[in-house]
Ligand binder design. Sequence first.
Ligand code: FA5
Length: 394
Amino acid sequence: MLRYGWVDETTTAFTQMARSNSSDRRVASLCCEVRRLDERREEDDGLSDTWRHELEAIREQAMASLALASDSKALNDWRVEVLGKKSALGQMSKAMGGLTPEDRRVLGEALNRIRQELEQAWRSRQAEIEAKEKALRLERERIDVTLPGRHVPLGAMHPISRVIEEIEDIFVSLGFSVVEGPEVETDHYNFELLNIPKDHPARDMQDTFYLTDEWLLRTHTSPMQVRTMERMRGRTPIRVIVPGRVYRRDEDDATHSHQFTQIEGLVVDEGIRMSDLKGTLEAFAKALFGPSQRVRLRPSYFPFTEPSCEVDLVCVSCGGSGCRMCKGTGWIEILGAGMVHPRVLDMSGYDSARYTGFAFGLGAERIAMLRYGISDIRMLYQNDLRFLRQFRHA
Ligand code: FA5
């Protein structure tokens, strides 16, 4: 082990000899040597040359690589590499166990000193890099408040949804509840329980999309008459409307679509009469199209109502004088209706000797067309934005 061999007693003796003005050249040279060693001792800490050089090399290399670290990641890597357990400093600390107590003290102090110095250097470099990164981030994330805002296109409610909501509001204000039913329905509910047995010719008019022999896409919302009565289990009054999609194998044209929206209405109680049906529909028509609106009932046929009728409104285009839209009649058909057939009441658990009811089914598209002057039902399904945008402020 290379060490400066400082021996205090020797130094003192040499100094005394020098002070005694001895002429002996040998003594004089020793005195010079001691002085030189004394000077070195003041600046030294007892480290051997090897250690000193080694520590100095570690320090210099660490400082140089610290100066090159330019971001937080490099800085952290540096810390692990230079100050971590596996670093050169870490290895030296580990090896200290094999030294004499004095050497351990000397080297330990030196290692602490250099470690503190490097840690201090790391902290100031970290502060520098953090400040630089923050400045960069601020520059990158700068918001230009003078930029014009981005245009967010405004959507609009579809005219069919709009009409459904309006109709729901009107009927709710008349004491009705809104219920919904399945679009995939059984033959039993869609036809049989509505008094349309398998061989009934009325099926032909609604020939539809069958999924299996028993399951089909419903052709109208009327099965919900039966489902509602079954759910109510003989309780009254029943006052519901049922909006929903229906499907038929109809040819698409200006007034027909193979898929459209119906709103079913059903009222069941004791003493319900045809005049209740007419009064309710007239109140509805006035609420939707204005107080001068009137309804007209024409005899018709549905297997599940008796008597049955088609209901017309005064033509909204000409006010009743006759135009192209109403084909010169002054009236426009909007729905089918009637008194619930006694057999349907009985099949649904309501004694037809005691209870009566009315039902109606209207086409929401047809109402939307009248309401907004739409000449072709297909426009409602084509998703043409030029058409749909018109309803933003409707
Ligand atoms: C029925 O569907 C009966 N279930 C209505 C009903 C309910 C009668 C309760 C009695 C008691 P209809 O097939 O007429 O009836 O259809 C009713 C309404 O749906 C029509 O007045 C019309 O407004 C609309 N509609 C019918 N077929 C189409 C179609 N292909 N495209 C668009 N709307 C249609």
